[in-house]
Design a protein. Structure first.
Length: 316
């Protein structure tokens, strides 16, 4: 490690995000937060990503921001998670609402016309040509509007074909582009240097959506919205903590849903001794009594971090 790299490894940031605090350093970013080939990301690109997260209060561990790099010939790309734009708009006191839709070309009774439609429906015989967005800022006399061209934003692969999302759901993609652009223009101070995957040459379906997970044994937990990552680790997190010779939860006899963190499910408690807080979502109705008892017993053997309670601590 040269002098510059050693200096950057000591570049630690701690900043507030919605619901808590995030701590970042270059090692954490490279090991856990890079999508693509992490060995290609430069120290400068990592520092810029960290500074953007701090400046805008983004929590990359909850996938509010991504650092992406697949080729040494191209610079790294930073994009914001799919829901970050609309969630942030809802928290802006000056926001008076927003809307978006598609722009279509059609013929009616032999007459051609351009129509702006709310939503993403395009009927047979109509041509999708773009998207539109509108946002209202309290105190401003006029709404801010944005219109974007499908031709300008359509993304293609190396074979010259539209990428998966632009091929399968172009209306959804171009509507999202128009929406984030109008929000950024209306509330510039809240969205500086924030871009969505749809605006950049990034395929949204390739980006992970589940919260970042860490190797077993690291002191990593989310408590009341506060995310504290480990200092560093090169280990890979197993699918689930091994249990007395069993490599996976399925081999232990459990046939219900995975108890790992799932952004689509709200963590639920199961019956367990000593008030230990469970790991993620478990649907009890799918667990028979014998398996449920085994699961509760193995959970009771897991160490409980200091400060964990039954009021919503999610340990992973």
């Amino acid at each position: 490690m040269n002098g510059t790299e050693a200096k950057n490894e000591r570049f630690d940031l701690e900043f507030k995000v919605t619901g808590g605090t995030v701590k970042l350093n270059p090692t954490i970013v490279r090991n856990y937060l890079v999508s693509g080939k992490r060995e290609l990301v430069t120290d400068t690109e990592i520092i810029m990503f960290m500074q953007l997260c701090r400046y805008q209060g983004l929590n990359p561990f909850l996938r509010e921001a991504y650092l992406i790099k697949y080729s040494s010939s191209d610079p790294a790309t930073t994009v914001v998670g799919k829901d970050t734009f609309t969630k942030r708009a809802g928290a802006i006191a000056e926001c008076g609402g927003f809307n978006a839709g598609v722009v279509i070309h059609r013929k009616v009774a032999g007459k051609e016309e351009i129509v702006k439609r709310t939503g993403t429906i395009v009927f047979s015989g109509e041509e999708l040509v773009g998207g539109w967005g509108r946002a209202y800022r309290k105190g401003w006399q006029e709404a801010v509007e944005s219109e974007v061209s499908l031709k300008e934003y359509m993304r293609y692969n190396k074979a010259g074909e539209p990428t998966k999302s632009w091929r399968e759901m172009p209306a959804t993609m171009i509507r999202k582009v128009a929406l984030v652009q109008v929000l950024r223009e209306t509330f510039a101070e809240n969205y500086t240097n924030m871009y969505s995957p749809e605006e950049m040459n990034v395929e949204p379906t390739t980006l992970p959506s589940a919260p970042v997970q860490f190797p077993e044994g690291e002191k990593v937990f989310v408590r009341n919205g506060e995310a504290t990552p480990p200092e560093h680790s090169e280990e890979k997190r197993p699918e689930y903590p091994p249990d007395e010779g069993k490599d996976t939860l399925a081999e232990s006899g459990y046939n219900g849903p995975s108890p790992g963190p799932d952004p689509e499910e709200v963590p639920q408690h199961i019956e367990k001794p000593n008030g230990f807080v469970g790991r993620g979502a478990v649907k009890e109705e799918k667990v028979d009594g014998n398996t449920k008892e085994k699961l509760a017993d193995r959970i009771s053997k897991m160490p409980t971090p200091e400060g964990a309670t039954e009021q919503g601590d999610l340990i992973y």
